[in-house]
Design a protein around this ligand. Structure first.
Ligand SMILES: CC(C)(COP(=O)(O)OP(=O)(O)OC[C@H]1O[C@@H](n2cnc3c(N)ncnc32)[C@H](O)[C@@H]1OP(=O)(O)O)[C@@H](O)C(=O)NCCC(=O)NCCS
Length: 157
């Protein structure tokens, strides 16, 4: 019987190969990050990566980079078998919470204009299209830049 239970935990270096495989399973060749690119993002200043585990294995992850101006979602990936179980939403909400606690005023991301599941997820979580970036993923592959303002409580949390 399938279980819908999952848990979130921080990334650790031993996750790297599995994480890379998941990104390659989630995106077509040329759009998925290469090994060096992924290493670069994971090591960059302000990088934050959260892992979702289900059935004792990695089911997805979110990778963001944070600066004083905004938190940028580099990627959000959930393996096909584990989709529509709220894992993507849980990863996104946890990343937003952490970014809010670190003082980021907003979340920013790019998503392919043809990626209907992702756009539905972003909109459900309050993101809106700011601009269309022509050829962002290659010739003819446009992206929306989407933003969400993060709410900070008066206590600064
Ligand atoms: C986009 C993605 C991360 C969603 O992950 P997920 O765990 O399935 O998302 P959730 O179960 O939390 O879905 C949340 C909401 O998003 C929307 N959504 C997600 N997948 C959808 C789909 N295939 N069709 C329509 N709406 C969808 C729905 O509103 C859904 O809520 P609901 O299930 O209550 O209807 C996943 O499909 C994925 O990894 N895709 C490939 C990689 C990618 O495109 N990443 C995002 C761009 S960086």
């Amino acid at each position: 019987m399938e279980s819908s239970a999952f848990r979130l935990r921080p990334y650790q270096p031993s996750d790297f190969e599995t994480l890379l495989r998941i990104d390659q399973a989630c995106f077509p060749r040329g759009i998925a990050y290469g090994r060096q690119e992924m290493k670069y993002y994971l090591r960059s200043e302000g990088a934050r990566c959260l892992i979702a585990e289900a059935d004792g294995q990695m089911a997805g992850f979110i990778l963001i980079e944070q600066s004083a101006e905004f938190a940028h979602i580099i990627t959000l990936d959930v393996l096909e078998t584990y989709r529509r179980r709220s894992i993507g939403s849980a990863l996104l909400e946890a990343a937003e919470k952490a970014a809010t606690q670190q003082g980021a005023p907003r979340m920013v991301l790019e998503t392919a204009t043809t990626n209907k599941p992702a756009i539905a997820l972003w909109k459900k979580h309050g993101y809106r299209e700011i601009v269309t970036i022509a050829d962002y993923y290659g010739p003819g592959l446009d992206a929306y830049e989407m933003h969400k303002t993060l709410r900070h409580s008066p206590e600064g949390n």
